[in-house]
Design a protein around this ligand. Structure first.
Ligand SMILES: NC(=O)NCCC[C@H](N)C(=O)O
Length: 285
């Protein structure tokens, strides 16, 4: 289990199924706390181009279906499910408007023959953006407004005692109505390389990464809001980032990364969901 191996299989949901049309976007974007109104047609084009980059490493995309219970936040498929060595874990969303998403993931995975181990239920909440597997036996979890203690307890039970779960409590930052996941401040680039935004990183977590021998590429302050820290590894040291973060790009290249840049004015910037959020990796090499 890791977040940097060559992508072999992943789930995505296209804007055509998540947003469906401009009228749905117009009805939802304010209530979901988007910064601006996404353009539906542009979103569809941007998503297709992003998918082409992903397919260039040989990955198979499982497209998730539309459903009346979903809002356009269902574009950000990472959050509704997690993976572990024993199968998929369906999450329980911390954002109330997104509560319908995990069940639809579950139905689609079953149909595609992807084994589901179980789910987070009841008072427990976890969103996939708060989870990072560093290796087969080590997973880091952000304790955030979206991921609570009960959710983490249930997750530990599902993965079993032989997995080390490193819990890192994140700061309040912009508060409960904002989206602030562990993956807002760290994106794995390779086995020994992490892209980080240290100003919002809890000190013990940063020290833990360094003690594990990780090299850190720092995102500058000027590129944090433009999703500079949300970067998807599609293979070791081969990554996809959102346009408009030239300094972060330069720093990743200096660390030996091949960087693909995508336009994401409609699919990322308004809803604060970058390349990692738009994908639910299932199998990596
Ligand atoms: N993993 C992520 O950071 N996902 C981004 C989710 C954005 C979405 N607008 C949300 O508020 O949940």
């Amino acid at each position: 289990m890791n977040e940097f191996g060559r992508l072999k299989r992943l789930a995505m949901r296209r804007p055509q199924e998540a947003m469906r049309n401009q009228a749905k976007v117009d009805a939802e974007w304010r209530d979901l706390n988007y910064h601006t109104r996404p353009d539906f047609d542009l979103a569809a084009r941007e998503h297709d181009r992003f998918a082409e980059v992903i397919k260039s490493v040989g990955a198979e995309i499982v497209y998730l279906p539309e459903h009346d219970s979903l809002t356009m936040d269902s574009l950000y498929v990472r959050d509704a499910a997690a993976v572990c060595p024993k199968g998929v874990i369906l999450c329980n969303m911390g954002k109330p408007a997104r509560r319908g998403e995990p069940a639809i993931h579950g139905q689609a995975f079953e149909k595609a023959g992807i084994p589901v181990l179980g789910g987070i239920t009841g008072e427990g909440s976890i969103e996939g953006g708060d989870l990072i597997w560093l290796d087969e036996k080590t997973v880091a979890i952000g304790r955030t407004y979206r991921t609570n203690d009960e959710g983490i307890r249930q997750f530990k039970n599902l993965v079993g005692a032989d997995v080390h779960v490193e819990v890192s409590a994140l700061p309040h930052y912009k508060g409960q109505s904002d989206v602030f996941h562990l993956m807002s401040i760290i994106s794995p680039l390779d086995k020994d390389l992490q892209l980080v935004y240290s100003p919002l990183m809890p000190i013990p977590f940063r020290e833990w990464l360094l003690a594990k021998g990780m090299n850190l590429v720092e995102v500058p302050d000027s590129e944090f809001a433009s999703m500079g820290c949300n970067v998807l590894a599609i293979a070791p040291r081969e990554v996809v980032m959102v346009k408009g973060n030239p300094e972060t790009k330069k720093r990743m290249e200096a660390a030996g990364c091949k960087v693909h840049v995508i336009e994401a004015d409609a699919i990322s910037v308004p809803g604060e969901g970058g390349p990692t959020c738009l994908t639910r990796p299932l199998i990596r090499g």
